[in-house]
Design a protein around this ligand. Sequence first.
Ligand SMILES: *Cc1c(COP(=O)(O)O)cnc(C)c1O
Length: 347
Amino acid sequence: MTLVDLRSDTVTQPTAGMRAAMAAAPLGDDVFGDDPSVNALQEKIAGLLGFEAALFVPTGTQSNLCGILSHCQRGDEYIVGQMAHCYRWEGGGAAVFGSVQPQPLNHQGDGTLALADIEAAIKPDDPHFARTRLLALENTLGGKLLPFEYVEQATALAKDKGLSRHLDGARLFNASVAQAALRGTSAMEEARRIAACFDSVSVCFSKGLGAPVGSALCGSREYIARARRVRKMAGGAMRQAGMLAAAASYALDHHVERLSQDHALAKKLADGLRGIDGLQVETPQTNIMFVDLTGAAREQSKALLKHLASQGVLATGLYRLRFATHLDVQEAGVDRAIAAIGGFFKA
Ligand SMILES: *Cc1c(COP(=O)(O)O)cnc(C)c1O
């Protein structure tokens, strides 16, 4: 029985084509700046997103850390969502390593931060306060596509108030594929349109794009030079990293447009679960869907996950289950997940 691993889009295995690209990659020592595959990837992603420069880093967490610490000094603060990865899920790295204080704000139902809340959180220049320097948004956030008009407004507000703008675009291409479907354009065009609202963008290659490792931070040449120093301090300057960069480069060439299949399968999963008593199913906008267990079903949460695992279906969560579709999930796997969940509640 093949596993249907819906825990996260990070679990993908490199495809045969990707492994071949990795094996064939010309290599150098990237700390000396002479790994041709790393340099090519950095130029490619910077060019695709309309930035001067990019930096290949081992993880999205380190990319956000380098990103924030290259915008902010000790005693500065960044405005960020309560559920944002670079606030909530990164061990407080910007505060721990950079003495940069987060100013978290509650999200609206659609994942946005209210413009009035952003404006109210910006501190006046007064020795009582940390210096508000940066607005950090995330797109997609929990699988939600931020409305593009909102992204424009929030980043324009930040710019108007003298703040820099950072995008945690771990799943930028999921966002851009979904946005392209709404606007009838191409995913690359929308990725560039979203990126143009920001001074820096971090993208993950190891999520839906299917690479084993790696993220990139994009920005101006001067900004990326600062980020390179932070990456060194964080221990993220790698040597023959071209094998990993080649995987990321392959993913950009082959795995962007296909994200629409992941989105369609997440919808199919949601549709298949709707109507089961005790399940409140959110309609996914991209590749991540949530199901809330209500009433008596809440008490069965752990038993449900155990039952699913026995059927070769993995998910995460407790009362709110999370399912992520990705490169290694096929239609038959989604059918199996639907049948397993339906079977559990019928039994
Ligand atoms: C996964 C993720 C990260 C961090 O990536 P890692 O490679 O796991 O460190 C950052 N931001 C968001 C939104 C993510 O989903």
